[in-house]
Design a protein around this ligand. Structure first.
Ligand SMILES: Nc1ncnc2c1ncn2[C@@H]1O[C@H](COP(=O)(O)OP(=O)(O)OP(=O)(O)O)[C@@H](O)[C@H]1O
Length: 295
């Protein structure tokens, strides 16, 4: 078995006594070196999961191990960019990077931090409070990468970047992660930006794991089929289906060969995610080698 970056068993998180838990009975394993997309609708528990992995809070049920230890024990080896990207507003860009270097003695990588900032043409003497949202994101990413983490946790990192900056920063990030064998776990609503860079998938819905495993395996377990609306899809598992006139399109998990009447193609990541977002009751598929049921 490959080494494990993050492993959850029966993981639950409840804020307060009332209401639904933010995470409930989650079991999954993300291998070391993976680039894992964490997707799911608003309120699914993505940020909660990332903040638990960053050691900022403790789960109220189950276990979560990061790099084989409790999250709080490995904080120095983990980079985390939260959704709101907290930075000291009164510091300049250069002072922020110096602060990163002082906080991470023996680990800090000046070259990568300065390159990320330089690629955005940021003035090192500019105060953080004068930067745009996207420019602050760049500084937060430079801080997280400069720490030279073994695991990088990114909560919707690209949300406020323009398309070109997003494309360029993503490419930089992925090249750096691949070069250093960094595990990246990244939540995003922009599935298109994950396509081509992720090799592992974790789809959450209402605090539970709906899909988990190597992306190729998860994709290969599904087919997008089109056929006559009155044809049967038995015995296959139908994740989501739509009827337009006499024709039916469905995302299915085949339980054997499909009848010749169906035309089928491999779904893209976006088609897979959209279908699951539209079908929150679809049965979960857990292809990580965790034995514990998450449903
Ligand atoms: N500090 C908190 N106190 C109380 N409830 C919280 C807290 N943080 C999150 N929650 C609740 O936990 C659930 C999961 O929230 P979370 O932010 O993890 O979802 P998310 O998948 O990241 O959503 P989004 O896509 O909107 O960012 C939501 O119902 C949210 O209201």
């Amino acid at each position: 078995m490959t080494e494990t970056a993050i492993e959850a068993a029966g993981l639950g998180m409840r804020f307060g006594r009332r209401g639904k838990p933010a995470l409930d009975g989650c079991a999954f394993r993300i291998p070391a070196g993976a680039v894992c997309a964490v997707v799911g609708p608003n309120g699914a528990g993505k940020s909660t999961l990332l903040s638990l992995a960053a050691g900022l809070a403790r789960p109220t049920a189950g276990t979560l191990t990061v790099l084989g230890r409790s999250p709080a024990e490995v904080r120095a080896r983990v980079g985390y960019v939260a959704q709101d990207k907290p930075l000291h507003l009164q510091l300049t860009v250069a002072e922020t990077l110096r602060w990163g270097r002082e906080l991470n003695p023996g680990r800090w990588d000046d070259e990568v931090a300065e390159r990320i900032v330089a690629e955005g043409e940021l003035d090192p003497e500019a105060k953080i409070r004068t930067l745009s949202g996207g420019q602050r994101t760049r500084v937060a990413l430079a801080l997280a990468l400069g720490k030279r983490p073994e695991l990088l946790l990114l909560d919707e990192p690209m949300a406020d970047l323009d398309p070109l900056a997003r494309h360029q920063l993503m490419a930089s990030l992925m090249a750096d992660a691949a070069g250093h064998g960094t595990t990246v776990v990244m939540s995003s609503h922009v599935v298109a930006e994950l396509e081509g860079s992720c090799d592992h998938l974790l789809l959450l819905g209402a605090g539970r794991v709906r899909l988990a495993g190597p992306l190729d395996d998860v994709l290969a377990a599904h087919r997008l089929v089109t056929g006559r609306a009155d044809a049967s899809l038995e015995p296959h598992t139908v994740v989501e289906s739509r009827t337009t006139g006499r024709s039916l399109t469905a995302l299915v998990r085949p339980e054997g060969p499909l009848d010749a009447g169906w035309q089928d193609t491999a779904p893209t990541l976006e088609e897979l995610v959209l279908a699951h977002l539209g079908a929150p009751q679809a049965p979960a598929l857990l292809l990580d080698d965790v034995r514990e049921a998450a449903v």
